[in-house]
Ligand binder design. Structure first.
Ligand code: WT7
Length: 658
């Protein structure tokens, strides 16, 4: 078969835009773990029985006596009375079953280094690392921060924490140390595991010496464990700082996995909310693990004897937690982990990697697919991608064109795509096609998984059978967040108050079509989704106004071809400031406060912002301006003429950008 490129491909994709739905290929369904649609009804007839059954896929030291305790809603308890260990379920049981020599990860470094990390290797390393943490005084319940690049040690570090019941708090390696400081302070972390430096596109960035600048303000943080990834010079403070390799060498090699209560905290992961302060999403052991294991097996149709999995996310996001670490390892999967960017050292690195390790299930984000699309089909076409039998998408709505490109160019025109909708809060995939059963529609997340109840409701909370509304989840699920760390009131307020304590408010708008399939439309709050990563307007605004020359700022999301949304900031400088050089300064300031991902793509300097009479900035109008739409209602503005000025400013800005 000749592979299409350029305008021939364009035409082909355009013709496919008319196809309303794709059926699962017969050969796929025949060999799929799930291919009988009756599973939906089975789960509905007895939801707790359903989860009881799927929880048995894990090894429990003590079985539960009650599947779900929802008496103190919205604070759920799952698998009450049960005890288990996460690292045991991820590693030991495969080793005990005689599969210790199976590769858990094919790891590939930015410089082309390759390592095959077996389950035996993980078993040995995790025990030593767990004992090393205990040697540093870490006790069950103590929070351990992790700020590492995509290297084997990050896997070991996370699992070592779970072995001794210390919840980990992983911070995405692309965030700034100021973000690390905030997350460590909020979670009162005792130990932070980090690296001397990180490799980024052939360069080496120092990490440890950066981390040192925040330590004075972190009194609870007793120790820093430093992994050597680069040769970069870094200071070590005796007594406080510990070298990873030496600590593991010195540690007792045996650390039996202790069982913990099903509701013992497994990890905290911070995510953006509607205020400047990130939310500490708390996941606990039993339910989260059941949710991650269940979805990995059934959504990715994964069988260890058949498949090689690659989730291209960073471990610092929930996708990495659930579908690089916990879900795949519990299922005894062989995965690929790549340290670098999709275009480093070159734009074919992903396709080369898929060919090399015969990846059969590939899971990535729409923003990455759109970037690959813009680079053209030539590179993927040069590689043998025939090992792929299933593709996944996550993080933001995927536009039909990108979906079709993914299926045609990467999936050879036949591979099913699972567009998986979920959140940091849900812990597990919630709405998705089941690849051996469900039809797929380009751009549609389709249906809630068996056991999950999702609905599109109107403003009063009534379920709609067709149309556009607000997405809610009606029933607890095992992987659900249990609370916001140290902020239970905010937990209730954010998720469980709008429609009562039985209904989880997702924060997304959605459309349900005539077939009952769900299309996710995007956020209803002020969150901006850049490349699948949520940022709150308040968080970015607070970083911008932190700059000494800035008086006020309002931030909105604007549609962006590659990243889904990009950040536009309307900023008022302190009077008399020359704004000529301020653009880069402010962007740099945001990079330091939050991370590069939060830098505004455009800054519009203005002495006025659209405000209501009570002084509230109307972001809705700024969004209209940024996206070049007709303005909505301006009558509530204190000074409607502001909008004309802004419109002129933004068109000038567009001109100057060319
Ligand atoms: C928000 C959650 C789940 C891991 C990555 C993001 C958006 C996520 C999809 C999808 C449309 C999606 C939603 C959601 N989102 N997946 N398949 N289709 N939108 O985790 O940072 O917690 O963000 O991402 O808006 O609420 P997160």
């Amino acid at each position: 078969m000749t592979k299409l490129t350029g305008s021939a491909l364009e035409h082909h994709l355009d013709s496919l835009l008319g196809v309303p739905a794709f059926a699962p290929p017969t050969a796929f369904s025949e060999n799929a773990i799930w291919n009988d649609p009756s599973i939906y009804a089975e789960a509905e007839s007895d939801p707790e029985g359903w989860w009881d059954h799927h929880a048995r896929a894990l090894d429990w030291q003590t079985p539960w006596h009650t599947v779900l305790d929802w008496s103190n809603k919205p604070f759920a308890k799952w698998f009450v009375g049960g005890r288990l260990n996460a690292s045991y379920n991820c590693i030991d049981r495969h080793v005990l079953a005689g599969n210790g020599e199976r590769v858990a990860f094919y790891w590939r470094g930015e410089e082309g280094e390759e390592r095959a990390l077996t389950y035996n290797w993980l078993h040995e390393q995790v025990q030593r690392a767990a004992n090393a943490l205990t040697d540093l005084g870490v006790m069950p319940g103590d929070v351990v921060g992790i700020f590492l690049p995509m290297i084997p040690e990050v896997i070991v570090a996370m699992l070592a924490c779970t072995r001794i019941g210390a919840p980990h708090n992983v911070v995405f390696g692309g965030f700034s140390v100021e973000s690390v400081r905030e997350r460590m302070a909020e979670s009162r972390a005792k130990v932070l595991i980090t690296a001397d430096g990180a490799r980024r596109r052939g360069m080496v960035a120092s990490v440890k010496s950066e981390v040192d600048t925040i330590l004075e303000r972190l009194p609870d943080l007793a120790h820093i464990v430093v992994v050597d990834r680069t040769e970069i010079a870094h200071p070590m403070t005796p007594g406080r700082d510990v070298d990873w390799d030496s600590a593991l060498d010195a540690a007792n090699p045996i650390c039996d996995a202790q069982p913990f209560d099903a509701e013992h905290p497994l990890f905290i992961l911070y995510t953006s909310g509607s205020t400047a302060k990130p939310k500490g999403i708390l996941h606990t052991t039993g339910g989260y693990l059941v949710g991650a294991a269940y979805t990995t097996k059934h959504v990715f149709d994964f069988r260890p004897d058949r498949d090689v999995f690659w989730c291209s996310a960073d471990v610092g996001w929930i996708t990495g937690h659930s579908y690089i670490i916990y879900g795949p390892l519990m299922n005894g999967v062989t995965s690929v982990m790549y340290e670098g960017a999709p275009d480093y050292p070159h734009r074919a690195i992903w396709w080369e990697t898929i060919e090399r390790y015969k990846v059969s299930v590939f899971y990535t984000a729409p923003t990455a697919i759109r970037a690959c699309m813009s680079w053209g089909a030539e590179e993927p076409n040069k590689h043998d991608l025939s090992s792929l039998r299933l593709l996944g998408s996550v993080g933001e709505p995927i536009n039909p064109k990108a979906w079709l490109w993914y299926r045609e160019v990467i999936g050879g025109g036949t591979t099913p795509i699972v567009d998986t909708w979920w959140q940091t809060e849900t812990g597990q995939i919630m709405i998705t096609p089941v690849p051996g059963i469900t039809h797929t529609k380009p751009g549609c997340a389709m249906r809630p998984l068996p056991g999950i109840v999702a609905e599109v409701v109107d403003n009063d909370g009534n379920a709609m059978s067709e149309g556009q509304g607000i997405l809610v989840l009606r029933r607890p699920w095992p992987g659900m967040l249990r609370t916001l760390y140290h902020e239970p009131d905010r937990f209730v307020e954010t998720y469980w108050s709008r429609f009562g304590s039985d209904t989880y408010l997702v924060g997304d708008a959605a459309r349900i079509d005539a077939d009952g399939d769900i299309w996710i439309l995007g956020r209803i709050d002020d969150a901006i989704n850049v490349s699948g990563h949520l940022l709150s307007t308040a968080e970015v605004e607070s970083a911008i106004v932190g700059h000494p020359k800035v008086a006020e700022a309002a931030v909105v999301g604007q549609a962006d071809e590659i990243t889904g949304q990009s950040i536009v900031a309307f900023v008022t400088p302190i009077e008399g400031t020359d704004t000529n050089t301020l653009n880069e300064e402010v962007r740099q300031h945001v990079a330091v406060q939050i991370g590069k991902i939060a830098r505004p793509k455009r800054i519009i300097w203005t002495y006025d912002l659209p405000k209501t009479r009570s002084g509230k900035i109307m972001r809705r109008l700024l969004r209209d301006i940024a996206e070049g739409r007709a303005l909505g209602d301006v009558t509530t503005l204190r000074d409607p003429s502001v909008m004309e000025t802004l419109r002129e400013l933004i068109s000038e800005h567009a001109d100057s950008e060319d």
